[in-house]
Design a protein around this ligand. Structure first.
Ligand code: ATP
Ligand code: MG
Length: 256
């Protein structure tokens, strides 16, 4: 059995000019848990997500996913390994319905398009039907079934946040990185999003979530990692982290 932690980042550096956004940050994430990644504004949390998902390349450091090094891999390869990141809703698909939007993000087999074009094959049609079934199941679990034929542009901000979770789920992930999935939504919906993440973790998905809403972090995270100024300050339970003087310092005086 593979006992490697799903995600392991070690000594990661990335500077923008003279600004050390990541200055030796590193942590590991445990399988099947919701882990919180917190820290003051500018701590490097989003930059870390960019590096983990391959959107930015770190200048040095090691990142392993399921025991294999990924720090030099392109984003689509990392996603295909099952490490998927959530975004703000994609602006590139304004005319799609919710159903179509989910279908666009379903996993594709290499060469599938070519195969389908040449053969129009039964296998390709079967694959399409499976994807459609998956899209409907994802919509149902996010309680978006009544909206599958609505245009994405017609959704409320909160519904778009749920759809963004759905997009990540369509990719058949083993682990999802959520960057502020509940930012700007009302408390009821924030709770709903929290419940969704908890139930995904219960089914075995590993989740790393950046979030400033500490009530949400306290409710859903079994572990919390604190970053400040491009480094990892500490890891522990929410209570341990909250009680730590260095963490309190980082939040009160650590802003640059
Ligand atoms: N593309 C970029 N070019 C230059 N500087 C950047 C870039 N992206 C981030 N930074 C800087 O790197 C530092 C870390 O930013 P980052 O967005 O990772 O912080 P964060 O922890 O996600 O903060 P927040 O909680 O406000 O989202 C900040 O000082 C930011 O201004
Ligand atoms: Mg950020």
């Amino acid at each position: 059995m593979n006992t490697a932690p799903p995600l392991l980042a070690e000594n990661v550096h990335l500077a923008f000019g003279g600004l050390k956004a990541l200055d030796g940050a590193g942590f590991s994430v445990r399988r099947g848990l919701v882990t919180g990644l917190i820290g003051p504004n500018g701590a490097g949390k989003t930059t870390m997500f960019n590096v983990l998902s391959g959107l930015m390349r770190c200048q040095s450091g090691r990142i392993s996913f399921m025991g294999e090094r990924i720090e030099r891999e392109r984003p689509h390869r990392i996603a295909r390994r099952g490490l998927v990141r959530s975004f703000q809703i994609a602006r590139g698909f304004p005319r799609l319905t919710v159903f179509e939007h989910l279908m666009v993000y379903g996993p594709r087999q290499p060469g599938e398009r070519l195969g389908a074009a040449i053969l129009g094959s039964a296998a390709a049609r079967r694959r399409e039907a499976e994807l459609a079934e998956r899209a409907l199941a994802v919509a149902a679990r996010l309680r978006l079934s009544h909206l599958v034929d609505s245009q994405v542009t017609a959704l409320s901000g909160g519904q778009k946040k749920l759809l963004e979770i759905g997009r990540a789920l369509m990719a058949e992930p083993r682990m999802i990185l959520f960057d502020e999935p509940a930012a700007g939504v009302n408390p009821t919906l924030a709770e709903e999003i929290g419940d969704q993440l908890l139930s995904l973790a219960r089914e075995g998905l590993t989740i790393l979530i950046v979030e400033h809403d500490m009530a949400l972090i306290e409710r859903i995270c079994q572990r919390v990692i604190v970053m400040a100024q491009g480094r990892t300050l500490m890891e522990g339970s929410f209570d341990e982290v909250r009680a730590d003087p260095a963490v309190q310092d980082a939040y009160l005086g650590g802003r640059r």
